[in-house]
Design a protein around this ligand. Structure first.
Ligand code: ADP
Ligand code: ADP
Length: 232
């Protein structure tokens, strides 16, 4: 079964004359252990789709599922728990806590949930993101690329079912962006993570296994990208 999906998703912002139909009957599956990119022009509904699939915002009509769990049926308290325990997020603006060290930023989701830190897993993760010599640094002492790698590690630390990333390379130069995409790719290939990423950058989407295209709130195309066709 897919890691996440939406069915006949409709999202309307505003009322009456100011109403905007950001999603117009979108159905899409995000396969488990695959990297999906959501592409489309500015204003086509990419962020709205990501936010509704990730339980950060609710649909006006239709359904969003994480695994078998329908998000719309959950009370707020359960939705908060689901986001904390079963979903990871990466944002364009990194959103690290400036007063915490790299290590503390990475383990923050576990600390907030009161969960134990699995040190073997943390070691693996730090090795994958390549920041072993920066663990005691604060975010301001890191480059943008390094900060986003910390944010990816933080998103992975609780072994979520899906990592949702909203323009994760939008604030990065192309070299740092390629590193972050390589890291998301490794998360899929090496630790069987499911990743869903919004991007308007075709090079970024080139790292994905599946690319879904939105235009004007509608799904207009879905493309499977064989390994041989991917950006390496
Ligand atoms: P994209 O991520 O593809 O740029 P968005 O999902 O951000 O598209 O936006 C889709 C449409 O919904 C746009 O017309 C946008 O102006 C509108 N929109 C997005 N968020 C809001 C909001 N909070 N209130 C009102 N309109 C919104
Ligand atoms: P990356 O390969 O992650 O993009 P850079 O080549 O941009 O890293 O940066 C090289 C080094 O310079 C980094 O190890 C980082 O510690 C330091 N550095 C880069 N940008 C900044 C910054 N804005 N503030 C402090 N240190 C920085």
């Amino acid at each position: 079964r897919p890691a996440a999906r939406v069915e006949e998703a409709v999202k309307i912002y505003g009322l009456g004359a100011t109403e905007v139909r950001a999603l117009n009957h979108v159905s899409v599956e995000f396969p488990a252990e695959r990297f999906t990119a959501i592409m489309g022009p500015s204003g086509s509904g990419k962020s709205t789709l990501l936010h509704c699939a990730a339980g950060l915002d609710s649909l006006t009509a239709g359904s969003a599922y994480l695994g078998d769990t329908e998000l719309g049926s959950l009370p707020d308290r359960k939705l908060t728990l689901l986001r904390r325990e079963r979903i990871g997020f990466v944002f364009q603006a990194f959103n690290l806590v400036p007063t915490l060290t790299v290590r503390e930023n990475i383990t923050l989701p576990l600390d907030l949930a009161g969960s134990r830190v699995d040190t073997d897993w943390l070691t693996t993760l730090i090795d994958v993101v390549g920041l072993g010599d920066r663990l005691a640094h604060r975010p301001t002492e890191l480059s943008g690329g390094q900060q986003q790698r910390v944010a990816v590690a933080r998103a992975l630390v609780s072994r979520p079912e899906v990592v949702f990333a909203d323009e994760p390379t939008g604030n990065l130069d192309s070299r740092s962006g390629a590193e972050v995409l390589g890291l998301l790719r490794r998360a899929v290939d090496e630790i069987r993570q499911s990743v869903v990423m919004v991007t308007h950058d075709p090079t970024a989407a080139g790292h994905a296994d599946q690319v879904v295209f939105l235009a004007d709130g509608k799904l207009v195309d879905t493309m499977q990208q064989p390994t041989a066709d991917r950006v390496l």
